[in-house]
Design a protein around this ligand. Structure first.
Ligand SMILES: Nc1ncnc2c1ncn2[C@@H]1O[C@H](COP(=O)(O)OP(=O)(O)OP(=O)(O)O)[C@@H](O)[C@H]1O
Length: 734
């Protein structure tokens, strides 16, 4: 029997199955002319029994759609052996989302970046369908394909338009399509429970399926799970129709038992707390069967756009040694105040106690309080903003969830069961690996946070020292100035203000040494001697730092071993009957799995985790010291600024005085040179210019005094003359 099949321009082999569905099978094929690999969808007998127009619909819809997030149609051709039409599509080498979720690596849902891609691409594909008035009616992970572009990018694409048709948003349809677990409750009621026969539906049924799909992608599980699964149809319908608004999951754990409702995504899901807060209301809006509360397509598109457009800021919170993410709208209204509020919501560190470092600088020094969040520096998981709580110097690691148990294989060979057990072992192995990778990341970021805080403290102390040296220079100049001024004033004229200021200037020296000494001491200890770095090195010396002991690499290697064994047992399952030799190797693989499981668990629980617990304890001690220095530096900074204020105020007063005296001096000189010989009393009382030619001034004083004397004599003389003549002095010529 030949496995080779073909159409006019394509050829495929029936052994290269990409996937099978209700209507047929999809094979990997090739273009006869250029060798381009393609996917060829062929149809089975059952599908040919559908009405002709229904069969044609899939082709029509595929011809109509053209979008990056929808699998591209290359051709519709006839099978050369008369088995009907085939659809030739671009090949999605990454497989379907169903296969991806089925991998033990994703037992607890996709990693966050991958979830983001699915959300973005699925929504864009759906938008294109809606814009063309198309309803898909069979949305599920199995119909979302992963395409890997030549540039290495991942693009998720919608496929399988076998159930799709044209339908306006408010138009209704009667026929039944879809896959049970993803079906809108109304469709489920009619298709599965066979009730409400005349019920019709709208395009909104797609929204429900998207909700179930997104929950599945985020958590690795279906949201609505009756005990016993698919066969428990009544309970399934009860869960989906009786759930309260805002509930996103309902699980029945025991036969006829109660339903456990959930309003939040489970802890094991790999999305960050920040993203969970955004995704949960989205799921609640989609998984709503009540006509009044259910979302419209526009609402769905807008909400997703909102999530995707948010700016993500990565933060590493030292006191918990954990990474957090802040998602914020990057409009002008969101500023530092809101950013700190968001942080507070996730960490409970109140905004005033948040020490935020980007690099070795205070975030507040890099962004003004009214800078919008979009102007914030770019962050990444390994380049986060470091958050230290100023009011709390404890370091408490978050409690890990209990690790799922490694399965233990029963004695004897059971190819079916052994393959499932091996898969479960891989799931646990992957979870161990994720935790090891996370601990290693914590280790790297703790060290980086410490480095950054040390950097900040050194710069701060250095700046304080520079500043204080500068102030000391100013202080001594002022001191000299005041000293000269004081001598000058006391030499002749008593001037209270000058005396007062001189006293103040002299007392500055004492005030200043009270600030300068601790600044110098801190500088010596923490900049010159680098005590904080040395302290950390000494205290963390005995820690088997995961990042330096290749823990990630070891965990990857161990998980690969588990996966190899799983593949081996999968092949054994496919073979069904094993030879004696095969059975021996089968048994050996099981031993290998058990041993590898023990090793990876020991790596996590006996090496990496204890190392991090120890590191957190050392960090707590270290931070107590660093926090004290930080607070001291802050107090000194405040003292120095109030000292700066006093210093400059005194300087200004002195300068003012100097200016006034200079003016007086000039005035005197001018008056004398003009020949006006009557000096005002105020002029004499005013301050005297302190200049290099103090002598000149004293001479001036003498001169003025003699002029005064002369004037006084003259006035007396003239008064006598005037009284004698009975004339007023105004008419007299001097
Ligand atoms: N373009 C493609 N590239 C790679 N694999 C594909 C492609 N299209 C489909 N497949 C694989 O084939 C499987 C079946 O395809 P499809 O869903 O179109 O068939 P179906 O018979 O309509 O299935 P269903 O019963 O789910 O409706 C998919 O789940 C997927 O694994």
């Amino acid at each position: 029997m030949s496995f080779l099949r073909g159409s006019l321009n394509y050829v495929w082999c029936t052994t290269s199955v990409l996937g099978k569905g209700a209507t047929g099978a999809v094979f990997q094929g090739v273009n006869k002319h250029n060798g381009e690999p393609v996917a060829v969808k062929t149809f089975n007998q059952l599908s040919h029994m559908r009405p002709y127009e229904v069969q044609m619909r899939e082709f029509e819809v595929l011809r109509k759609v053209k979008h990056d997030n929808i699998v591209k149609l290359l051709a519709i051709e006839d099978d050369q052996e008369g088995r009907g039409k085939v659809i030739v599509m671009e090949l999605c080498t990454g497989g379907s989302l169903f296969n991806i979720l089925d991998d033990p690596e994703n037992t607890y849902g996709l990693p966050q970046h991958e979830f983001f891609l699915v959300l973005e691409h699925l929504t864009a594909g759906m938008k294109h369908l809606r814009d063309n008035n198309l309803v898909h009616r069979d949305l599920k992970p199995g119909n979302i394909m992963k395409f890997l572009s030549e540039e290495g990018l991942t693009i998720y694409k919608l496929t399988d338009f076998g159930a799709a048709r044209e339908l306006e948003e408010n138009q209704q349809f009667m026929s039944l399509y879809g896959t049970e677990e993803y079906l809108h409750p109304d469709m489920y009621e009619r298709a599965v429970l066979r009730k409400s026969v005349n019920r019709s539906f709208t395009a909104n049924v797609d929204l429900w399926s998207i909700g179930v799909t997104l929950y599945h992608v985020a958590t690795g599980n279906l949201p609505f799970r009756p005990f016993g699964g698919r066969k428990n149809k009544e309970v399934m319908h009860h869960i989906t129709t009786k759930k309260l608004p805002g509930v996103i999951a309902g699980i029945q754990l025991t036969e006829n038992g109660p339903i456990e409702w959930a309003r939040n995504l489970p802890d094991h899901c790999q999305l960050s707390t920040g993203l969970k807060q955004l995704v949960t209301p989205l799921l609640a809006g989609l998984l709503e069967e009540n006509q009044k509360r259910m979302w419209s397509f526009d609402r769905f598109f807008n909400e997703v756009l909102n999530i995707l457009n948010k700016k993500t800021v990565h933060i590493f919170y030292i006191n918990r040694a954990s990474s957090i993410e802040i998602f914020m709208e990057s409009d002008d209204a969101n500023t530092l105040f809101h950013f700190k509020e968001h942080i507070s919501l996730q960490t409970e560190v109140n905004p005033d106690s948040q020490l935020l470092l980007y690099g070795e600088e205070h975030l507040e020094d890099l962004v003004a309080p009214n800078t919008s969040i979009k102007g914030y520096p770019e962050t990444a998981i390994f380049n986060p903003i470091m958050l230290f709580s100023i009011e709390n110097n404890n370091v408490c690691l978050q409690n890990d969830q209990e690790l799922p148990k490694f399965p233990s294989f029963p004695v004897g060979v059971s190819v079916e069961n052994d393959a499932s057990m091996a898969k479960l072992a891989c799931s646990v192995g992957h979870e161990c690996k994720r935790r090891i990778i996370n601990y290693t990341k914590m280790d790297t970021l703790i060290n980086s946070g410490i480095e950054k805080l040390i950097g900040l403290l050194k710069t701060t102390l250095n700046k304080l020292l520079q500043k204080s040296r500068y102030f000391e220079d100013i202080r001594s100049t002022i001191y000299e100035l005041a000293d000269t001024l004081e001598t000058l004033v006391s030499a002749d004229i008593c001037h209270d203000e000058v005396k007062q200021i001189c006293m103040e200037v002299k007392s500055l020296k004492e005030d200043f040494s009270r600030i300068l000494e601790p600044i110098q001491q801190l500088n010596n200890r923490f900049c010159v001697e680098d005590i904080l770095t040395r302290e950390w090195k000494t205290s963390s010396r005995d820690i088997k730092s995961p990042s330096k002991h290749y823990s990630n690499e070891k965990s990857k290697h161990l998980v690969e071993r588990l996966r190899d064994s799983w593949q081996h047992l999968l092949r054994d399952r496919a073979t069904r009957s094993l030879t004696y030799n095969d059975e021996q190797f089968h048994a050996l693989e099981k031993i290998k799995i058990a041993e590898t499981g023990k090793r990876i668990k020991a790596l996590l629980n006996d090496i990496v985790k204890p190392a991090i617990i120890m590191e957190a304890e050392c960090l707590a001690d270290w931070y107590k010291m660093a926090q004290t220095i930080y607070l001291q530096a802050q107090i000194l900074e405040k003292d120095l600024s109030s000292y700066e204020e006093t210093l400059f105020e005194l300087r200004d007063r002195l300068i003012r005085m100097k200016e006034e005296m200079k003016r007086d001096n000039t005035e005197m000189k001018k008056n004398i040179s003009c020949g006006f010989k009557e000096p005002s009393i105020s002029m004499l009382k005013k301050r005297i210019e302190i200049s290099s030619d103090v002598k000149n001034m004293l001479e001036f004083q003498k001169e003025i005094r003699s002029i005064l004397q002369e004037n006084e004599d003259l006035i007396k003389m003239l008064q006598n003359v005037a009284f004698d003549d009975g004339n007023s002095i105004e008419n007299s010529h001097l």
